[in-house]
Structures are given as structure tokens and as C-alpha cells.
Design a binder for this molecule. Sequence first.
Ligand SMILES: [Zn+2]
Length: 477
Amino acid sequence: MRPHRPRRSPRSRSSAVGLVLLTVAATACGGRGGDDGGPGASGVRDPYFPKAGNGGYDVTHYALDLAYDPGAHRLTGTATLTARATQDLSAFNLDLVGMDVEQVTVDGAAARRHRAGQELTVRPRDGLDRGARFRVTVRYSGAPVTVTDPDGSEEGWLRTADGALALGQPTGSMAWFPGNHHPSDKATYTLAVTVPKGLRAVSNGEPAGEETKGNRTTHRWRTTEPMASSLATLAIGRYTVDRGTAAGGLPVYTAVDPEQAEASRAVLARLPEVMAWAERTFGPYPFSSAGAIVERPGDAGYALETQNRPVFPGAPGTGLMVHEIAHQWYGNSVTPRTWRDMWLNEGFATYAEWLWEEDHGGDTAQQTFDALYAGTYLRDAEANEALWSFPPARPPDAAHISGVPVYQRGAMVLHKIRQTVGDSAFSALLRGWARDHRHGNADTDDFTAYVERSAPQEDFDGIWADWLYGEGKPERP
Ligand SMILES: [Zn+2]
């Protein structure tokens, strides 16, 4: 993510960089399989969002069949999740906010259901054995809601001038489909989205056909690489679409609100160049297509690295595009294990901006680091002070997972590592981290262990103690 509002993250000084449970149904389980199992947990104990995600199963695929009418603001959906039980289960939870649930089946048989807050508990007729593959189908409808995060930003289902935009970091995807909404459970996706003829529905992955019947058109999308649900997007509206290719024939699909088409033309034309630079810097691109979705300013309060094609509220600057493309490696392919590890997303994406500047005649990363330390980089005094308000690997609460230290001080941690190991080892480290955890999850301990393994002759304890976990401003830059 990179917020546009200085309240959350400061604009950089360089204009070139852009701005910057629940009780389950009361009866005991009468099923045959999984009799010994209890219900799956209602959350995966994320330090900041304890109810996000659910225990007892792992989703491998989401098939979402949706229809949305912007005029009526009504979404109807059938979500079919293919999953594997990781324990014997008498019941399990899905996360969903808003929407009316009309029917739930497990492997084709009607299942009992119960809702409390964001938890939808499903009690299959027969219990599920550990290791069992099963399919749960949820039919639902209603007016999808906008979710306000602890930090005040809005996500979930956002209504736009000509349609809607769904954004899900950190928890908003539960506003438009039921699922295991925590980044630790990644899955593949297929979407079929039916909208009034003349509108378009754009999502992650690759387009998989469209058909018009009467006055409605169904747009299909397919995501074949694992994706955290927080990175799923759905953009409905009028778009100017461009299909091109980047190096190696990688398909590039961009969808731009016609009002933003002219303002976006030059920066989007550089997308293949940015992709080529990013592949040189971070290693092979982890996904099978790239692109961008450009909405109108104000349609969202921030840009987001939605998988394959980031969403921008208004034409982005080059620095912002670099940031969101870097996330495809750091965040989308290598996904944090919990929301506490957010700096592994934002520190890397911010450092990518510094590297781009350095490689394109701007400030070196060292100059950027020095200016940050001196308090002259960020635009306002408040942001410069906020930089030292908490350590990047330990945000104090859910309202701070997108705070200034997570971005800028996270990038400073990477620069301290670079100072220690040297440029060439640091380049190898950037690529190796992305390679070793490609399409997986990783946390801060994994990262520090990886760095220490990469350079066993060096001592990183001071960097971890002062820059990663230390309170306040380190005494020396
Ligand atoms: Zn970001």
C-alpha cells in the first residue's frame, strides 16, 4: 500500500517520487466422520486482527460467481471454496461482514450455519476428517459494506462514480466474499462477474473471457498463482483497456478510468521499463501477468499493490508505480505471516523507490537515508517525528501497521544491512529472499535468520536491536 494522505504516510520531498463464534449451533455433532474433532478456531491469532482467518482448514481455491448492479448497489454471489481440513472438524468458520447468507452446503449437502460479527460458522452434516478435501458453497446477497480500518482508512466495498472498487488490506475482502481472510492462507481464484452491459469488471490474474446475454455482461478472470485474499480486487466501471506485453512476452493488462487516461498515458507507457528494472533488481517476476488499474482520485484513499495489477486512485507518479510493482515480489509473492510483519512489505517497497532513484540519476539510497535521519526528507515535522515513534517490526497496535516507521524506517533497516554486507551481497540478498519464499509466507524471524545465514561473518545484532526492534531514534546513523 501507499497512502496518499499525509496523515498516514508522508509525501516524500521529491516530486518525482509522487506523493507521496462464536458458539456454533447448539446441538452436538452428529456426523460420522470427524466425530472426534471440535470446531475450528474463529481466528488465527494474528497479533493485530485476532479474528481474521480461521483455524482447522486451508483453502486452496476460491471460485466466485458474482453479479453487481451499481444502480441498485446490490451484490449477489455464490462462493465455492475448495479446502483441506487440517484437523478433525465438527464445524469451521468463514469470515464475512455484511451480506445475507442464503444457503451453505458442504460437499453438496446442506450445512447448518450461524453468524456472529464477522464469523460465519458452518456445521457440515457430517464431520470432516483431518486431511479431507472438501468443498463449501455459500450463496449470499445484499448491499456490500465499506470497512473502516483501525487507522481510519476505508476498504472493503467502495462505491465509485461509475461502479465499485473492492480493496482488501488488511481485512476488507470479507465484505465481498466469505473466506479464510488472513494472509497466511493463500489460494488460487476464478471469478465470474456479471455487470450491466457497457460496464467492465477487472480483477487479478488474467482475463478468461466475457459474454453478453441481454443487457448484462459476464467478465471472467483467473488467478493461477497463490494469492492472499487481502490482495484480491474487483473494479467495476467504465475503463479504457490496454493489452500489451513486457519483457519475455509477459502479458500486461491495464484498465484506466477514461477521465484519467490522458494523465496516465506517460507513466503507464513506462510500465514495461519499470518491470524490466524490477526483474534485474529483484529477480524473475513471480506472476503470469502484470498491469494496473487507475481509478479517479478519491475513489480510494491510497494506492494498493493488488496482485498482478495494483490499484491507483488517479494517475500515479513513477515512484508510486515502482513501489506497487516492487510489492509483487515483496508482499504478494513473499507474503507476511501476520500483519505484524507488514514492514517486510512496506520497507522493501519503499527501498525499491530509493533504488529506482539511485539508478535513475536521483539521490542515492545513502543520501535518502541520511536525509531521513537528519529529519529533512519527509515533508512535515510531524512525519519526521513519527519516524521514530515505534520500531518497524513492532507496531503498537492495529492502527499503526501502515505507519511511517513501517515504511521509512523499514527501508532504513534494509539500508543498514546493505552498509554491512556491501552492494553486491545486498543485491543477491534482495533476490534470494524473493526466491526462497516465492509464493509463500515469511515473518521477521525468517528474515533476520536469512540475512544472518547470507553473511555469517557479519554481526547484525546491533541493527536488529537499534533499527528493527529498538524504541526511539538510534544514536548514530
Ligand atoms: Zn506499499
